[in-house]
Each structure stands twice: as structure tokens, then as C-alpha cells.
Ligand binder design. Structure first.
Ligand code: ZN
Length: 197
């Protein structure tokens, strides 16, 4: 891994950790998977290890990411789901081969069906299918939680709130939550609103 790339923000929900690889969509956007190699890194730490990734596959991944973001945003706002984005999610979900396997310790692992694919396309489509299916499960309300939008006006990321009270405000406490808290602290001090990082 290269220190020059922005760090990942890994949550416990696969689909929204994935959409979180682009943050500050309404501000100075931070692209956390700027290269195919960086997408491979993200897939590895997310339990979906692949051998390699092409530029075209990175393009597919970003298209899926923005489609999940659009669908999740509409779902969180209780609006009609955008048809084109739903189509992308469904295409990715149906065009991958991945199987869930159970370990002796009772954990689920994903086995990507790479054996049948060409060497240069090992697994990325399969990994994207797992992510797309995860997004479908969340939007369809199959999991215990609530889709919500980050309260930060420069972020507005869709996240999955699994807190007991379902009152989480920010996609990530360490970034958006902290920034908001600091801004409030400075406002309370009566200082001019300077750049807060
Ligand atoms: Zn946020």
C-alpha cells in the first residue's frame, strides 16, 4: 500500500463502506480508490481478495459505487429509486459468480468464481456482485438498521445506521462527526468561522 493515497474508512457494512471510497461528494471530493491497484487493496481488506484489476474494471466499480450511492440516497430520502442506477446494481449483481462458504469457526467467507475466468479478469466482477447484493439487501430492508444521509453538507453520504437509537448523524465519527463538533465548538466560542479540519 502506498501512503500517498487517502486512507480507507472501513465500516461494518460492505455496501456503504464501498460508497464511502468517495467522500465529500458535495465539497472537495476525496477519491480513495484512484487506481486499479488501490481498488485491489480495498477489496483485500474487505474480504474480497482479487488477483488484479484493470482500468475497465475500476470503471465498472466506480459506476456501481455511484449507482449504489444514488439508490441508497433515494431510499434514505424515501424517494423513488432512480431506474438507471437500479439497473446498474442489478447488472453487477447478476453478472458475477461468488459463493458464500462457511468456515469451521462459523464465519462466512466469499469464494469468488475466478477459476472460469480469463487471467486478466480474475474476480473483480465477482467481488462487485457481492457488493451489489449487499446493497440490495440493505435497500430492501432485509437488515436491521436504517439508511440515512450524513448531516455534513459537504458529504451527504448514505450510511447504514445500526445504532440502537437509530439517531446516528454522520457517516463517520472520525471525519464528518469530528469536523462538525469542532465547528460547533468554535461557533460556541464566538470565533469567526475559520477553516476547520
Ligand atoms: Zn459524512
Amino acid at each position: 500500500m502506498c501512503a500517498a493515497f487517502p486512507e480507507f474508512r472501513l465500516g461494518t457494512v460492505l455496501a456503504t463502506s464501498f460508497t464511502g471510497t468517495l467522500s465529500e461528494r458535495h465539497g472537495d471530493a476525496v477519491e480513495r480508490v484512484p487506481t486499479p491497484g488501490r481498488l485491489v487493496d480495498w477489496l483485500v481488506v474487505s474480504g474480497l481478495a482479487v488477483d488484479s484489476c484493470t482500468e475497465a474494471q475500476l470503471g465498472l466499480a466506480r459506476e456501481l459505487r455511484e449507482s449504489i450511492h444514488a439508490v441508497a440516497t433515494a431510499a434514505a430520502a424515501r424517494e423513488a429509486l432512480p431506474a438507471s442506477a437500479v439497473q446498474v446494481v442489478n447488472d453487477r449483481s447478476t453478472q458475477g459468480r461468488a459463493a458464500a462458504v462457511l468456515t469451521p469457526e462459523g464465519q462466512r467467507l466469499w469464494r469468488l468464481g475466478s477459476a472460469t475466468r480469463r487471467k486478466d479478469t480474475l474476480g473483480v466482477e465477482d467481488a462487485l456482485a457481492v457488493i451489489a447484493a449487499d446493497a440490495i439487501g440493505i435497500v430492501a430492508g432485509e437488515r436491521d438498521g436504517r439508511l440515512a444521509l450524513c448531516a455534513s453538507p459537504t458529504c451527504r453520504a448514505a450510511f447504514f445506521d445500526t445504532s440502537r437509537s437509530r439517531t446516528r448523524k454522520w457517516c463517520d465519527m472520525n471525519t464528518c462527526g469530528n469536523r462538525q463538533k469542532k465547528a460547533r465548538f468554535h461557533a460556541n466560542k464566538g470565533r469567526a468561522a475559520g477553516p476547520v479540519e
